[in-house]
Design a protein around this ligand. Structure first.
Ligand SMILES: Cc1cc2nc3c(=O)[nH]c(=O)nc-3n(C[C@H](O)[C@H](O)[C@H](O)COP(=O)(O)OP(=O)(O)OC[C@H]3O[C@@H](n4cnc5c(N)ncnc54)[C@H](O)[C@@H]3O)c2cc1C
Length: 546
């Protein structure tokens, strides 16, 4: 393909997909390059055996840890990226996360923007991804310029009872923000059927607000947008001075035949580890340590959250289908007698016998499926997250074959232990004292911590100082004129809530900046989503039409 593009976007996940969606109305010629292809819609999408036991949707990559031991990272190379598997819990960071926060193991650095400056794009991201929620319920959240587009998803009865017990005990539970397509969005073919497989599974009926459904599919067929799948970007070429990316080198399927694409602007959004890999593989005379890496920061400050998944068992059956409706941030910040911040508590997708087999293969080896289903029926499943600090030694490097090596040592484990202690107290209030810490190896990989790369972030942070950051405040590489990054690599810190809404919001922001730079106009509604037409109600049910 010899055509020249205005913008080339590498990766179609939360960052790349959302940025392309933002830029498409400008009419500029956009090329989307995706190493994977479409995730096949098949019954196996909802079957725990292929998803968790066989790892059907996990890429066959081999990465290496700091000791050189190989492992299979839980990465997903599809149109839509990791969002094809994500739980669509679309949280904002807290305002404090944008400033400096002291932790037991060090300091979480300030962002070059405040929450107030970033906030308009959070609102746009919530509207684009059709988030259900209720701003104002969670006392730790920052101001929102607009309410969510849709009311919060109501708790099913078992979760409502937990919510009520927590509130009675003095806690502040809130409705978790969920990116799902209920029947109100005028998408009859894509209506969430409230199954238990939102989190960690692809959605067979395309009713999860993932990047393929929300951002990429609407672009297919537009005359100015081209999507090439099975197109792995292997490196970027520059002019001799190293100021401009002049070529994007693509391998279309591993036959060793490479093609070069050209664009005025190149946006890298391959996920935090792969973006660093591409830059490091693009070393040249101008950049012997890797493209845009004069600061030696590319690949450093890798973060991924300190997390625990916990199944708590009660005497009562838990017949909840869609479990991810409740969150609790009472321990998110220091204060009220807490010396350190501790993090977030939320629900995860409902455990099933099949999923437990995949998550705990040793513990469940001898158990028949029917007995596991019986155990799972009593489980209520929670997920605890503590902030991980950006440490320079936690880093992605590559070897001479171009394979990723990931050095990683977790931080803030004392805070994570404190959160777990608070969580145990909570369980006593809600009649769930008996519990088990699950090794959700498909998700956060507690038994192989380094392989659980679901929340990878931070390998090319943005900042004002080119000596300590890779990107400027617009996420343009300090050292190049036409290279931008739009995935989770830009995070200077990760906070203790799920990262996807923040990367989507940032991608919209960077997309608008690129549109301005190209002198292209965006429709007014693309820059400012219309306000919700009805006032928020406390909670929507799955069947409710607006
Ligand atoms: C099981 C699971 C559950 C999760 N649940 C949640 C949740 O509930 N809430 C939340 O906020 N976050 C969640 N996440 C995390 C969230 O999905 C990620 O933070 C988010 O998708 C990151 O966006 P990204 O653009 O950085 O990367 P991705 O979305 O992964 O996109 C990267 C894209 O680049 C492509 N790519 C990679 N290398 C190349 C290359 N060399 N050439 C071309 N293309 C390339 C990939 O195939 C992919 O499409 C979850 C993740 C997983 C795996």
């Amino acid at each position: 393909m010899s055509e020249h593009f205005d913008v080339i976007v590498i990766g179609t996940g939360a960052g790349g997909g959302s940025l392309a969606y933002t830029l498409a109305p400008t009419g500029k010629r956009i090329l989307l390059l995706e190493r994977g292809t479409y995730l096949t819609r098949e019954l196996g999408n909802w079957d725990p055996d292929p998803v968790f036991v066989d790892g059907r949707y996990i890429s066959p990559d081999t990465w290496y840890d700091g000791d050189g031991t190989p492992f299979q990272p839980q990465v997903h190379y599809f149109v839509g990226g990791a969002t094809k598997m994500y739980g669509a819990a679309l949280y904002r960071l807290r305002p404090e996360d944008f400033g400096e926060i002291k932790h037991v193991d060090g300091v979480s650095p300030a962002w070059p923007m405040s929450y107030a400056e970033f906030e308009p794009w959070y609102t746009k991201a919530e509207w684009l991804y059709q988030v259900h929620g209720e701003h104002g319920e969670d006392p730790t959240e920052g101001p929102a310029s607009r309410q969510y587009p849709w009311p919060a998803v109501s708790h099913e009865p078992r979760i409502q009872r937990i919510n009520d017990a927590l509130a009675e005990a003095g806690y502040n539970p809130f409705h978790a923000p969920c990116g799902i397509l209920l029947n109100e969005a005028d998408r009859p073919a894509s209506t969430c059927i409230r199954c238990s497989t939102c989190d960690g599974y692809p959605c067979l009926v395309h009713a999860k607000s993932d990047a393929e459904v929300i951002a990429v599919r609407p672009l297919l067929g537009l005359p100015n947008v081209t999507l090439l799948v099975n197109s792995e970007v292997v490196r970027l070429q520059t002019d001799p001075a190293g100021r401009t990316v002049t070529g994007v080198v693509v391998d279309h399927g591993g036959d060793g035949k490479e093609e070069i694409y050209t664009g005025d602007i190149v946006v890298l959004a391959a996920g935090a580890a792969n973006t660093a890999k591409i830059l490091l593989r693009s070393a040249s005379d101008a950049y012997p340590a890797g493209l845009a890496n004069g600061s030696d920061q590319v690949g450093r400050n890798y973060m991924f959250h300190v997390s625990k998944t916990i199944a708590a068992f009660g005497a009562e059956d838990n017949d909840t289908s869609f479990q991810k409706t409740l969150g609790l941030n009472d321990f998110y910040l220091a204060g009220d007698g807490r010396e350190w911040p501790m993090g977030n508590i939320q629900m995860v997708g409902k455990a099933t016998g099949g999923a437990m087999k995949g998550e705990e293969p040793h513990l469940t080896k001898l158990a028949p499926n029917w007995s596991l289903e019986d155990v799972a029926r009593h489980a209520v499943d929670f997920w605890l997250t503590t902030e991980d600090l950006p440490k320079p030694g936690n880093r992605v490097t590559i070897d001479e074959d171009g394979s990723i090596h990931l050095d990683y040592v977790p931080s803030n484990e004392t805070e994570a232990a404190g959160l777990y202690a608070e969580f145990r107290k909570i369980l006593n209030h809600v009649g769930l004292a008996r519990h088990h810490v699950l090794h959700k190896n498909y998700y956060m990989g507690m038994n192989i911590p380094i392989a659980g790369v679901a929340h990878q972030a931070g390998t090319c942070r943005f900042g004002n100082d080119p000596a300590t950051s890779v990107l400027d405040v617009n996420c343009k590489a300090h050292e190049l004129d036409n290279l931008y990054l739009a995935d989770t690599s830009f995070f200077p810190s990760i906070g203790a809530v799920n990262p996807a809404l923040t990367v989507i919001a940032n991608a919209i922001r960077v997309g608008e900046h690129i549109a301005d730079r190209l002198g292209a106009s965006l429709p007014a509604e693309a820059r400012a989503p219309a306000p919700r037409t009805e006032p928020a109600t406390p909670a929507s049910t799955f069947s409710r039409k607006r």
